[in-house]
Write a protein that binds this ligand. Structure first.
Ligand code: SAH
Ligand code: SF4
Ligand code: F3S
Length: 434
């Protein structure tokens, strides 16, 4: 038997890329590859890339520059670029970095085995099509390999919303939902392999329509024995329908955490962003969600320094944050992306945008800390994911997605432990067994 070839995948960007990287590893498993944790001894390196902001895209080229010398050590090494930079820049990548042998867009991963054969024969391979067929149908999983207790499961991909700043509709294409029966079959398979929590993924996951709505899919998943926790991300405010809100109050397995990006608190800017909701409609929506599930922890995304954002617009964002009080929130400085409508507009001065980002992040951190502190003394359930750095310590996530360190580790990986929170830091909580 020949020794297996080694595959190193580096993943950038969102959770969907994390899921896709697992599927790519499985697809190349059929070509005799096993995964390795370092690029140094790899026969194939894949960068699964993100195009959302300029910095994310530029990182890929600097990483390629660092990896290139490895080809001198191992002449059989092949380097590939996958993901959203691959989709957006295509052949340009091979021109800018000739060490790249393979470029594959996010909808063409099922063609990786053929592409691998092609590059092994010394020819470059490029595929950035949006084929009709379901890429996941062709990605056969390895026989029942054991999985970590929390897994991602992509149910919907692409986006038809065309926010004025965003590349996703171009890099991932139009909104497509996977049929519910395939999602349910994959969930059952994951459970057989040790998974107890799934996070349903989609760029607009609550627009899911794979023969049923997202709320119906969640209710169906809740009947899967052994599956204990369900989450979903990312949602668009306009697709939060009544049934989905009701599910938060009715389905015990649906965890009390919701990522619901709003981007700005200024109606003028929201309009310019083509978001098709207002600050007020977003706040009313959160009221309804909290009425269904009062202890829900909210999270969100913000862009500061969007073209034409004034001090008053930014203050409206700060005010919205004060009203919602997020448990977590991610804020980004606007980055002009080629091909998007907003890229044509006059930009806010970088120093002004930096200053706003600092102010917003400070406010968000204050709230995050308050919410973490408010957990002390409370009893929560933790899905134990792995051993911690300290002797006898285990790490996991609470219902609210808080990272929890359990210090008196009587719990096993995969167990859902009832614990009492005894201490809080900004990014983690410490707990003891009850
Ligand atoms: N589908 C999700 C998010 C996709 S991208 C949604 O609709 O909200 C993740 C986050 O990156 C976005 O929510 C936004 O806050 C940020 N983002 C997207 N494009 C950006 C850009 N050009 N500059 C800065 N941040 C951006
Ligand atoms: Fe991008 Fe807007 Fe679609 Fe989210 S909803 S992926 S921000 S275009
Ligand atoms: Fe980035 Fe593509 Fe995800 S641009 S955020 S990897 S969908």
């Amino acid at each position: 038997m020949t020794a297996p070839k080694k595959l190193f995948i580096k993943t950038y960007g969102c959770q969907m890329n994390v899921y896709d990287s697992e599927r790519m590893a499985e697809a190349l498993g059929g070509q005799g590859y096993v995964e390795t944790t370092t690029p140094d001894d790899a026969d194939m390196i894949l960068l699964n890339t993100c195009h959302i902001r300029e910095k994310a895209a530029e990182k890929v080229y600097s990483e390629l520059g660092r990896l290139k010398p490895l080809k001198e050590v191992n002449p059989d090494l092949k380097i590939g670029v996958a993901g959203c930079v691959a989709q957006a820049e295509g052949e340009e990548i091979m021109r800018r970095q000739p060490a790249v042998d393979l470029v594959v867009g996010p909808q063409a991963y099922h063609r990786l085995p053929e592409m691998e054969t092609r590059v092994r024969s010394g020819k470059p391979a490029l595929d950035t099509d949006f084929p009709e067929e379901d890429k996941f149908d062709h990605l056969k999983s390895r026989p029942k390999a054991k999985r970590a207790p929390a897994a991602f499961l992509t149910v919907q991909e692409g986006c038809d919303k065309f926010c004025a700043f965003c590349v996703v509709p171009y890099t991932r294409g139009a909104e497509v939902s996977r049929p519910a029966e395939k999602v349910l079959a994959e969930a059952r398979d994951l459970v057989e392999r040790g998974v107890r929590e799934v996070t349903l993924l989609g760029q607009n996951v609550n627009a899911y329509h794979g023969g049923m709505s997202l709320a119906e899919l969640i209710r169906a998943l809740a009947t899967v024995d052994g599956l204990e926790r369900i989450r979903y991300t990312t949602s668009h405010p306009n697709d939060m329908d009544d049934d989905l809100i009701a599910a938060h109050g009715e389905v015990d397995k649906l965890m009390p955490y919701l990522h619901l990006p709003v981007q700005s608190g200024s109606d003028r800017i929201l309009k310019r962003m083509n978001r098709s909701h207002t600050a007020e409609s977003y706040l009313r929506l959160i009221e309804r969600i909290r009425a269904a599930r009062p202890d829900i922890v909210m999270s969100g995304d913000f862009i500061v320094g969007f073209p034409e954002e004034t001090d008053a617009d930014f203050e409206a964002t700060m005010e919205l944050v004060r009203q919602v009080k997020y448990g977590y929130a991610y804020s980004f400085k606007y980055s002009a992306r080629p091909g998007t409508p907003a890229a044509e507009r006059p930009e806010v001065a970088p120093a002004v945008a930096d200053d706003r980002l600092r102010q917003l992040q400070a406010l968000i951190t204050t709230h995050q800390r308050q919410i973490q502190n408010s957990m002390v003394g409370r009893d929560v359930s933790v899905l134990v994911e792995k051993p911690g750095r300290k002797e006898g310590q285990m790490l996991g996530k609470s219902e609210y997605l808080h990272a929890v360190h359990i210090d008196d580790a009587k719990a096993q990986v995969g167990e859902i432990a009832r614990v009492r929170i005894v201490d809080a830091k900004t990014n983690s909580l410490t707990a003891r067994h009850l």
